[in-house]
Write a protein of this length. Structure first.
Length: 71
């Protein structure tokens, strides 16, 4: 499973997340070590960041592999 990095802009914390679904405008991830699922979207396919909300917090991600091992 592909791992990506998501950042909570409210707390400036970066987390690992497993990609569940991904397209050029949609990213669904499961935060590693939790049961939390975050859905992030782009307004247009050319936007650089996916943006999503969970529990009153805002998250962003480029959707790129974070360089972490999947093992």
């Amino acid at each position: 499973m592909e791992l990506v990095e998501i950042t909570c802009i409210d707390s400036n914390k970066t987390l690992k997340a497993s990609v569940m679904k991904k397209s050029d405008r949609f990213l669904e991830v499961a935060v590693e070590g939790t049961n939390a699922k975050v859905i992030l979207t782009k307004k247009t396919p050319v936007d650089k960041l996916y943006i999503g909300h969970l529990a009153g917090l805002e998250f962003t991600s480029t959707g790129e592999n974070a360089g972490w091992s999947n093992v």
